[in-house]
Every structure is written in structure tokens, then in C-alpha cells.
Write a protein that binds this ligand. Structure first.
Ligand SMILES: NC(=O)c1ccc[n+]([C@@H]2O[C@H](COP(=O)([O-])OP(=O)(O)OC[C@H]3O[C@@H](n4cnc5c(N)ncnc54)[C@H](OP(=O)(O)O)[C@@H]3O)[C@@H](O)[C@H]2O)c1
Length: 337
């Protein structure tokens, strides 16, 4: 009888880590998970990686470490982003032996504005999240002779029902549409928004585990590539999903917002807004600026593993968000003046 593979998944309570845990369990493994806040099931451990020493239960010989722990907020000051993303990786690397199959989860956006991960300058990236994730990839290259690095773009829920363990990042969009926090859809006309399902990432990781550690460092990039949905289509899918849920709950539909390019927004709308909006409105408008970079990517990602279509995944995930955030999904936006 072969010994069971000892697998540790960091960030096991997160959107991606939760799906990875379930996929590994479905493949017959008994993975251990860690998170800051701790147990949500069997074989789950509490550990603030990078801030505390690992508890004794984690100090054992792991065959596989899948590192999903991260803080995906874009707006952390650089020092905090480093502490949130690079320090936990450094701590996870210390739990791995040279023979351990180390699988590091990263982002397709890690190549930032310069198209690569080599620059350590924050100006080469859209935000401190990308900058710190690029630093994590460089750290994996520096510390490991063998490792898998898996990049993927925006993550939605399960293909069957849109289930996600945690809603963050992209879900500002349905929330903002329902609350009326954004007055317009700002995107380049030809922009694409690449999306994968948590199932795609979890299935890929499970396949990597089955195949064993690579010789050297191996990069996989998951996504739809040039088959990604245009951003305008994404907006419409989100609105259609919200409106189908709202119709079933007797809530008026959301109108289509006016569209404009980032240039039109920044040159014509913002200067006007700064003069006429109140402080609260201005804060919302300024916060919205942070997302523009992601709605202006016109070059498709070069993918190594093309995932099946994700339009339905997006639709189901947004409906699922509405079911789990009923108060937000029921809001009726007030018109901008
Ligand atoms: N979500 C996306 O759209 C997306 C897109 C591309 C790439 N990614 C990458 O996918 C990976 C997983 O992201 P996600 O979306 O699943 O994130 P998430 O939903 O925010 O979950 C983060 C997980 O990491 C844990 N964690 C964070 N800091 C930790 C620390 N210092 N020590 C231990 N656990 C820690 C959290 O634990 P608590 O439960 O205690 O908070 C949680 O389990 C990340 O590498 C991210 O960069 C995500």
C-alpha cells in the first residue's frame, strides 16, 4: 500500500483555497488547511503565516504545499502588502523540504504595466497587490529549484452553482451597481476581462499534485485568453444576473449605466465631478478610479491552459452573490445628480 500524500493548503478558507481543499478531498486526499482565523472543518489549523511561528501540528514533512494564502486588496500601503503577501510565502517555504512539491498560486495581472515580474519598482505595477505578488514569484524562483507557479485572472465561483467561499475584489461591481456607487461604466471599448472558475484552478492544482513535482520551475497560466469576454459584455452579464434575481424578488431592475472610456472619464467627468459632487460622492468616484486599470486591458493574456467558457459561471456567481447578500442586492440606486 502506498502512503497517503501529505498535503498542506495555506489560505484554505479563502475563495480559491476552499475549492482546492474540496477538489483534493474529492480526488481521495486528506489535505490539511491553514488560515489566520482558523478551523472551519477537520484538519484545519490556525496560523498567521509570516507573523507567528508555525504551530507544532504544521511542523512535519509535507509532500505537497499549495500556497493560496494572500491578501488580495489592491490598496494596501507597500509595506503592508509586503507583510500580507511576501512574508506568508516566506513562512510557507520554510515548511517545505527540497523534495516537497511546492505549488504557488499567483495572478495573471502579476506582470503589471511592464509585462514581466522582474522589476522591483512599484511604478512597474498597477498597485501594491500586483507589486507584492510579483515579489512572491521572484522569491519562489530564488528559493526553489523545483516549484509550480499557477497564474490565473479574476476568479468566479463553481461552474455548477456559482458557489464561492468568500466574495472580494470583483464583487465591488454588483455591490456598486445596486447601491448606485458608480455613475458610469468606464472601460476601454476593446477591453477584455478574463475570468476563471474556482473549479478550473482547483482541478488544475489537483492534476499538478497527481503529476508530482516538476523538474525546475514550471509556470501555468489559466484563463480564456483571446476568448475572454469583452468588459462591456461582462457588465451586461452582471446586470442581467442581478436583474433576473431582482425580478424574482419584486425589486425594480437596474438601468444600463452610461458607458465611457477612461480618457473621457478622467478628462471630462472627473474635473466636473470634483467641482459639483459632495464629499461622499467624490470619495466613491475616486475609489472607482482604482478599478480602471483592470477594465482597460485590451491585450489578451497568453494562456497555457485555456478554460471552458465562463459567461455562465459569471452569471451564476453573481446570482449566488445576490442570494448571499440580499440586503445589498435589493437596494434601489438613487440617480446621480
Ligand atoms: N480572487 C481572485 O480573483 C484571484 C485572482 C487571481 C489570483 N488570485 C490568487 O489566488 C490566491 C487565493 O486568493 P483568494 O481569492 O482565495 O483569497 P481570499 O478569498 O481572500 O482568501 C485568502 C485566504 O488566505 C488566508 N490568509 C491570508 N493571510 C494569511 C496569513 N498571513 N496566514 C495564514 N492564512 C492567511 C485567509 O485566511 P482567513 O480566513 O483567516 O482570512 C484565507 O483563507 C492568492 O494567491 C491570490 O493572489 C486570486
Amino acid at each position: 500500500m502506498t502512503a497517503p500524500v501529505r498535503i498542506l493548503v495555506t489560505g484554505a478558507t479563502g475563495a480559491v483555497g476552499g475549492a482546492v481543499m474540496r477538489a483534493l478531498e474529492a480526488a481521495g486526499h486528506r489535505p490539511h488547511g491553514v488560515s489566520r482565523r482558523g478551523p472551519v472543518g477537520p484538519r484545519q489549523h490556525t496560523w498567521r503565516a509570516g507573523r507567528q511561528e508555525p504551530p507544532p501540528a504544521l511542523r512535519r514533512a509535507w509532500d505537497v504545499v499549495v500556497h493560496c494564502a494572500a491578501d488580495t486588496r489592491w490598496n494596501l500601503p507597500e509595506e503592508q502588502a509586503e507583510q500580507a503577501n511576501v512574508a506568508p510565502l516566506r513562512a510557507a517555504l520554510r515548511l517545505a523540504e527540497p523534495r516537497t512539491h511546492f505549488i504557488h498560486l499567483s495572478s495573471s495581472y502579476v506582470t503589471g504595466l511592464a509585462g514581466g515580474i522582474d522589476s522591483a519598482s512599484p511604478t512597474a505595477y498597477r498597485n501594491s497587490y500586483e507589486w507584492s505578488k510579483a515579489a512572491t514569484e521572484r522569491l519562489v524562483h530564488a528559493e526553489r529549484d523545483s516549484a509550480d507557479i499557477v497564474r490565473f485572472p479574476v476568479v468566479m465561483g463553481a461552474r455548477a452553482d456559482g458557489l464561492l467561499d468568500r466574495y472580494s475584489g470583483f464583487f465591488w461591481l454588483p455591490s456598486s451597481l445596486c447601491s448606485g456607487a458608480v455613475p458610469a461604466m468606464v472601460a476601454e471599448e476593446k477591453a477584455l476581462l478574463d475570468i476563471v472558475s474556482t473549479d478550473d484552478v482547483a482541478a488544475h492544482v489537483t492534476r499538478l499534485v497527481a503529476g508530482g513535482p516538476p523538474t525546475g520551475r514550471r509556470l501555468s497560466i489559466l484563463g480564456r485568453g483571446d476568448g475572454a469576454q469583452p468588459v462591456t459584455g461582462v457588465f451586461e452579464t452582471v446586470r442581467a444576473a442581478l436583474n433576473s434575481w431582482r425580478a424574482e424578488h419584486g425589486v425594480p431592475p437596474l438601468d444600463r449605466l452610461p458607458s465611457m472610456t477612461p480618457e473621457q472619464w478622467n478628462r471630462f467627468y472627473l474635473p466636473f465631478a470634483e467641482e459639483h459632487l459632495d464629499r461622499a460622492q467624490l470619495l466613491r468616484v475616486t475609489a472607482f478610479r482604482a478599478y480602471q486599470g483592470y477594465l482597460s486591458v485590451t491585450e489578451p493574456f497568453d494562456v497555457t491552459h485555456r478554460v471552458p467558457d465562463t459567461v455562465q459561471v459569471l452569471h451564476r456567481s453573481i446570482r449566488r452573490w445576490a442570494e448571499t447578500h440580499e440586503n445589498l442586492a435589493r437596494r434601489v440606486p438613487r440617480a446621480w445628480r
